[in-house]
Design a protein around this ligand. Structure first.
Ligand code: FAD
Length: 297
């Protein structure tokens, strides 16, 4: 099913993000994780494409597994920076043939030691906007795009980033998923700004339950997202007690989610890090709230 149609029928959606196994592991090592996540009853599952060093090859097959085995919507991430138009056309053909109806259209990061100048050849896509336009011309897909409540690190200013986001939506992005954030107030300010710029598609908030300190440090250095004081206190208090940190990290994510749901969010996208147990713990703590909101919608 198209995620755009789900968003018209029911809000808030709850979605999970997984990544394919690294090259040295066979594809079926992810299937048990998916089985466990599906049992938690998400509205869709997204599958990353080459993020964090995982392979790009399996995204289509894993998204198709989710669609076929469970009749559940899958969102296949697709990056374009290092792909030619033919590569993308082939991937779109494979997704269509395998019944995957939703794509998160991304530019991707520049490879290490490369810069925008290395990608000036017209055979390359310049940004996610080119990819979104291509997919929309191809037809038959609901298309999502990424957005950045704390501004993309390459954007010169917040205003530039919002103007670019507006163009992304005008190019055909049907919904947006945010970069992860730890401070809801920053997200609410961002949403106010999107209204000013007439960016009116549904926005799903990306939430990462923090389970260990290395993970946070890596993510913060990659995304540049800010950590509020109360989150920093948790990190410093429990940094030498992994179990306590994980417990507090889950509670923090749950509190963020309750606040977002009360605010009236269109959806929450949980970065599961392929870990069903903590995902289950968070979601099962929201069962009544979720039921209440779905009945109200
Ligand atoms: P774009 O939308 O093309 O641009 C990013 C930013 O650059 C814009 O916001 C804008 O500020 C600036 N910019 C770009 N072009 C212009 C221009 N012409 N003029 C002015 N400003 C411009 N990466 C992966 O490799 N695989 C994944 O599966 C993956 N999944 C992700 C999922 C989510 C929800 C998010 C938020 C990110 C994900 N990423 C993934 C990371 C993503 O690839 C990087 O953040 C990348 O740097 C930007 O991708 P984008 O599609 O946002 O790029």
């Amino acid at each position: 099913m198209f995620i755009c149609d789900k968003l018209k029928e029911k809000k808030p959606l709850i979605s999970f993000e997984i990544f394919p196994p690294k090259k040295e592991f066979p594809i079926d090592t992810i299937y048990q994780t998916i089985d466990d996540l599906v049992n938690i009853n998400p509205d869709f599952i997204s599958v990353t494409y080459g993020a964090g060093g995982s392979t790009k090859d399996n995204t289509v097959d894993i998204a198709s597994y989710i669609t076929e085995k469970y009749n559940l919507s899958a969102l296949a991430h697709l990056t374009c920076l290092t792909s030619t138009k033919e590569d993308i056309e082939n991937t779109l053909g494979a997704l269509k043939e395998k019944g995957v109806k939703n794509i998160l259209a991304l530019r991707g990061d520049y490879p290490q030691n490369a810069s925008p100048e290395d990608f000036q050849n017209p055979k390359y896509y310049k940004s996610s906007i080119d990819l979104i336009e291509h997919i929309k011309q191809y037809g038959d897909f609901c298309v999502g795009g990424a957005c950045y409540p704390e501004k993309h690190p390459e954007a010169k200013s917040e205003e530039d980033d919002l103007l670019f986001l507006k163009r992304k939506v005008e190019a055909g992005a049907d919904f947006l998923i945010t970069q992860l954030f730890f401070d809801n107030e920053i997200f609410y300010r961002f949403m106010e700004q999107t209204q000013k710029y007439n960016i009116n598609v549904p926005v799903l908030a990306g939430i990462l339950p923090v389970l260990n300190k290395n993970q946070v440090e890596k993510i913060v250095s990659l995304t540049g997202c800010k950590m509020p004081e109360k989150f920093l206190r948790i990190l410093s208090k429990y940094e030498h007690s992994p179990e306590s940190l994980a417990e507090a990290g889950l509670a923090y994510a749950k509190e963020q989610m309750i606040d977002l749901l009360s605010w009236g969010i269109d959806g929450i996208h949980l970065y599961t890090m392929n870990k069903p147990a903590p995902t289950k713990e968070i979601i099962s703590g929201l069962t009544t709230i979720r039921g209440f909101l779905n009945t109200k919608a």
